[in-house]
Design a protein around this ligand. Structure first.
Ligand code: BDR
Ligand code: CA
Length: 314
């Protein structure tokens, strides 16, 4: 990538969200306009605090952080303390944040920013449930053609689900929001479990982060040490999947990923398969392509990118 890209990260930190945010903070190719928070891994009262702690950790108290929706559009909130711990960011002992919470609502910030920035310049990276993004699109449909692209983590194809057999967590928590986003006509790049389950935080990769010798590397190693425990037990893998940073890495180094354009529809009717992403990988439906679905990555290059970038932070 040669030019600077303006970005809004919409997030529910989350240890892997934290690494995604830090990767963006460490990358001069990205102009991070703001971080919007949503209820997901833990309730909103914790995700907005966690996002501000991460800005402190990255030495970037200048990045504005906004609180958004505290619940999905239709369904009741489902959280994932069993993965991320009671705080959502268990692992390191991070102090209460000095970064301020902005007064403006996250949805208003998204709408105002996409309207104010040059048309086609703003990328949105949603790495939690899609509630804020869908609400912004419903309240201000005029922003859809102004958004450059959405690069999101969510869903699964052949890999199935991780919160139910059919559904991935981010889409499951707010499937109605996901349906709005996938129907919006905005160019979407989707990082489903098929790719993120190949981005494993092995012991060697985590040690390289700890060995950076800066406070960020130490804190991230502690976060991932906590985070990977659950998935190692669940999948029997060496390390846990580092889902959310795939979105930011895609913006920085798309050549380390591969995928294909597909039609993606979201299940919102059946309780059995609620939140399933029905991905037409084999192009059997003739339905219109609405996302570039990533299926594979060079995991060593991905972790090398994260490690060398986080080395630049305090
Ligand atoms: C997604 O759900 C959350 O637990 C992670 O932060 C990631 O965004 C993975 O299914
Ligand atoms: Ca997340």
């Amino acid at each position: 990538m040669t030019t600077t890209q303006s970005l809004i990260i919409d997030t529910d930190p989350g240890q892997d969200d934290a690494v995604a945010i830090l990767l963006a903070l460490a990358s001069p190719e990205i102009n991070l306009l703001g971080i919007t928070t949503v209820a997901g891994n833990v309730p909103l009262a914790l995700t907005e605090v966690n996002a501000r702690k991460i800005c402190d950790l990255g030495g970037r108290q200048d990045v504005p952080v906004f609180a958004g929706l505290s619940r999905p559009l239709v369904r009741d909130l489902v959280t994932a303390e069993h993965v991320h711990g009671r705080t959502g960011l268990d692992g390191p002992d991070l102090p209460p944040p000095a970064t301020k919470l902005q007064d403006q609502h996250a949805v208003d910030f998204i709408i105002d920013t996409v309207r104010a920035e040059p048309e086609g310049s703003v990328t949105i990276a949603p790495i939690g449930p899609l509630s804020n993004i869908a609400m912004a699109l419903q309240r201000a449909p005029d922003i859809a053609p102004r958004v450059r692209q959405i690069v999101l983590m969510g869903g699964g194809c052949f890999e199935g689900g991780n919160i139910t057999p059919a559904a991935e967590f981010n889409i499951y928590v707010d499937p109605h929001a996901a349906a709005v986003v996938f129907a919006a006509g905005i160019p979407i790049t989707m990082m489903p479990l098929d790719v993120t389950h190949k981005a494993l935080t092995t012991a060697r990769r985590n040690e390289a982060l700890r060995a950076l010798g800066n406070r960020t590397g130490q804190a991230v190693a502690e976060m991932l040490g906590f985070f990977e425990r659950f998935d190692e037990a669940k999948y029997g893998s060496d390390g846990g999947p580092l889902h959310d940073p795939c979105t930011i890495a895609w913006m920085l180094a798309p050549e380390i990923f591969s995928g294909r354009h597909c039609n993606v529809e979201i299940e919102t009717a059946s309780e059995l398969t609620m939140g399933m992403t029905v991905i037409d990988w084999w192009q059997v439906t003739g339905r219109k392509h609405n996302a570039f679905v990533v299926g594979d990555l060079d995991a060593d290059a991905f972790f090398e990118l994260i490690t060398t970038r986080l080395a630049r932070l305090p």
